[in-house]
Design a protein around this ligand. Structure first.
Ligand code: HEM
Ligand code: HEM
Length: 149
């Protein structure tokens, strides 16, 4: 039986294992590598602080997690399928490495944050999308790069 998440090193291990999968994932990997051009070594300490704040009460994370997702979403729309895939990779990574109340909280909190982020992105789009004029037909756009003309 795996141990629970108990130290900062555990948080970092989890974050690194997750990004090892996310960056090469066929569904969401390109968002990190091609669109955001993620600097993993700069990102890992921030994510480690985020998770040690939530799971271990460290208060080392300064907040503002939503903004980079808003910026990313303006380059390539983050859809429900992307969040679902993110959460699937997160849950399976957590389950393979850890088990216990902190592991459960890591999964539960990620689902809450994902849902909140997705709702916030959609509400920003409704305010800012110049096509969102009453009376115009709703145009569905699909796929990668769909926000480019
Ligand atoms: C153990 C207690 C908790 C801690 C330490 C904690 C910590 C945090 C932190 C650090 C963030 C990031 C905030 C930011 O980016 O500025 C966050 C976001 C969030 N938390 Fe928690 N949280 C806790 C419990 C909860 C609970 C119980 C809920 C809901 C039932 C919740 C729902 C959320 C949501 C929805 C967000 C995303 C907010 C957004 O849209 O940016 N959290 N939390
Ligand atoms: C499709 C889903 C997602 C994608 C593509 C994505 C991608 C990214 C990218 C590109 C960054 C910015 C990295 C940088 O350049 O600094 C970032 C930051 C971050 N993401 Fe996500 N993310 C997703 C979902 C989530 C979820 C569900 C969570 C909730 C746990 C989350 C938590 C964070 C946090 C805490 C940061 C750091 C913010 C800061 O700089 O303080 N992400 N994400």
């Amino acid at each position: 039986m795996a141990e629970d998440i108990q130290t900062r090193a555990d948080c970092e291990q989890l974050v690194r294992a997750f990004y090892g999968r996310a960056l090469t994932d066929p569904v969401i990997g390109w968002l990190f590598t091609d669109v955001a051009k993620l600097d993993l070594e700069a990102h890992v300490p921030r994510l480690t602080r985020f998770w040690e704040t939530i799971l271990l009460g460290a208060q080392s994370y300064g907040g503002g997690a939503f903004r980079p997702h808003l910026e990313l979403n303006s380059k390539a729309q983050l859809r429900k399928g992307h969040f679902d895939r993110w959460l699937y990779l997160w849950d399976t990574t957590v389950d393979e490495l850890f088990s216990g109340p902190h592991a459960d909280l890591a999964k539960a909190h990620a689902h809450r944050v994902a849902q909140a982020f997705e709702l916030r992105l959609r509400s920003f789009e409704q305010q800012q999308d110049p096509l969102a004029v009453p009376g115009l037909p709703i145009v569905q756009q699909y796929g990668r790069g769909s926000r480019e003309p």
